[in-house]
Design a protein around this ligand. Structure first.
Ligand SMILES: Nc1ncnc2c1ncn2[C@@H]1O[C@H](COP(=O)(O)OP(=O)(O)OP(=O)(O)O)[C@@H](O)[C@H]1O
Ligand SMILES: [Mg+2]
Length: 483
């Protein structure tokens, strides 16, 4: 038996790598990852599009590379994904730099220097690979864009600059007023994404500074930690294969406790509803901004629930982290615990969402009389009713004659019965025989109250049976009325 080698052809492979699914945002974030791993304290992202040239560059003052390391770094698969890495390394696959860049551009130039060495340069040009069908790297570049971009690196003694030219995947239109404004719109979205993904690096005394065209980006904290109205669960740790995963749940403040601009801001890139759930961080870098891992559905009342989940780089395979660092899935041994945390947090969010200002634990319990709605349940059927002790309501009621008070109370019962959240919250009984006396009595009392304020028997019965909480009781109630 002989061994034959089958080396992939350069041209088709490089073309396929262009389509692994990066977006502009995720590609730039992957390149920024490398700068952070290299201990940069400043990262300058420059985006240029003019009649002369177009490029995006990412320049850092990290520890840089010598010529040999740079050459290795430019290879597809420059490191073995199985190798163990430093605790704070944001890389894993030895692919990111190349795949991220190729998904945006056809020409990737990287210049790097150590504090003790001159700059080395390596260039991949896909047009050249297409012609030669070989992995040919250039060791210098003479393009105008490269000369222009390089100014950034000259400010530093050490560091790395990644320059992407021939941005054919990003710039697909001719240079015009409309296309330029669409382009800058995308760059603004990219800025928001970076503020979110790297927010934990952008705060504190040792804060990393990231600039886009000279403007420093601000951190976006999904948990509104600075707000007094944000409620927190106690941190907990999930143990898995010798590793420990930190989980910290937050319930964001009710919308009524935010200004309109705060509401817009905290909603995040994808909006309140989408951004609920677990925020998966890998070595402090956000990978997934809001997911229930297909265990729960995202819903309106759950939108205040956000949970920080901290993974380390040695959990990559257990959690199925992908090359783009944009997806993760919990290992099966942890699914039960994760599901429990998800349910508890979503339920707490629901309380705050409906029950303006409700607290999720006894520690912070506010005066109940401040709430407009309160939660009640009859034999497992939960619903919301108006807080009859609300000060303003008590005031009004004390001034009303007996007769009007009765009518008002019946009206309130109707409001409660037909309130949309009660309709959507009700879980109908699967078995009609399963009804409770208490529920039937409550329906009968409501029927009588309606009759007392002037409804006919059939109108009153109709109203009672339309209310979700009494769903399934039709025959029982009709039976009672016959006696
Ligand atoms: N800005 C930088 N400063 C210093 N070294 C860098 C920089 N960018 C890349 N490197 C080196 O190049 C290597 C390859 O980078 P690349 O992003 O392709 O893969 P990775 O970071 O190792 O893994 P991943 O595919 O998960 O991102 C890195 O491991 C690092 O050694
Ligand atoms: Mg990388």
């Amino acid at each position: 038996m002989n061994i034959k080698t089958a080396i992939p052809d350069a041209a088709p492979l490089v073309l396929s790598l262009r389509s692994v699914g990066y977006t502009l945002e995720s590609a730039i974030a992957d390149i920024v990852d490398n700068s952070i791993t290299a201990k940069a304290t400043e990262i300058y992202i420059d985006v240029k599009w003019s009649n002369e040239f177009a490029y995006i560059s990412v320049c850092d003052n990290g520890y840089g590379m010598n010529e040999e390391d740079l050459h290795q770094a430019m290879k597809i698969g420059s490191k073995n994904p199985m190798d163990s890495r430093d605790r704070d390394d944001l890389g894993r696959f030895g692919m990111g730099l190349k795949t991220a860049a190729f998904s945006l551009c056809k020409r990737l130039t990287v210049g790097s220097k150590l504090a003790t060495s001159a700059m080395s340069v390596r260039v991949w040009d896909i047009d050249n690979i297409m012609i030669s069908n070989r992995w040919e790297l250039f060791d210098d570049s003479l393009t105008l864009a490269w000369q222009h971009a390089l100014n950034r690196l000259s400010n530093y003694k050490q560091g790395t600059i990644v320059v992407m030219e021939k941005l054919d995947r990003l710039i697909t239109e001719n240079y015009s007023n409309q296309s330029i404004s669409r382009f800058w719109q995308r760059i603004a979205e990219m800025e928001k994404h970076l503020s979110m993904v790297f927010h934990r690096f952008l705060i504190g005394a040792q804060a990393l500074h990231i600039f886009i065209n000279g403007k420093r980006i601000e951190p976006w904290d999904p948990f509104m930690r600075q707000s007094l109205a944000t409620q927190e669960f106690r941190e907990e740790y999930l143990e898995c294969n010798g590793g420990s995963i930190r989980v910290h749940g937050f319930i964001l403040p009710h919308h009524s406790k935010m200004s309109l601009s705060e509401y817009e801001e905290i909603g995040g890139i994808s909006g309140w509803m989408e951004q609920q759930g677990f925020y998966v961080y890998r070595n402090k870098r956000l990978i997934v901004p809001g997911t229930w891992f297909k265990m729960l559905r995202k819903n309106e009342p759950g939108q205040l629930a956000r949970i920080q989940l901290d993974l380390t780089g040695d959990m990559d395979f257990e959690w199925k982290i992908d090359v783009k660092k944009s997806s993760a899935a919990p290992p099966s041994v942890l699914r039960e615990s994760i599901r429990r945390i998800a349910r508890t947090t979503q339920e707490a969010s629901r309380k705050v969402y409906f029950f303006r200002g409700a607290t999720i634990n006894q520690k912070n319990k506010t005066e109940d009389n401040e709430a407009i709605w309160e939660q009640a349940s009859i034999r497992g059927r939960t619903y919301f009713k108006l807080n009859r002790h609300y000060a303003l309501l008590k005031d009004v009621c004390s001034e009303l004659p007996e007769d009007s008070l009765k009518k008002l109370n019946v009206y309130f019962s109707l409001v409660e019965g037909f309130a949309p959240m009660n309709v959507s919250l009700m879980r109908p009984f699967s078995n009609e025989m399963n009804y409770s006396e208490e529920l039937v009595n409550s329906a009968m009392k409501f029927y009588n109250d309606l009759m007392n304020v002037g409804y006919s028997s059939s109108e009153a019965l109709g109203k009672v049976l339309q209310i979700s909480i009494y769903e399934g009781l039709s025959e029982v109630i009709k039976g009672k009325l016959k006696h």
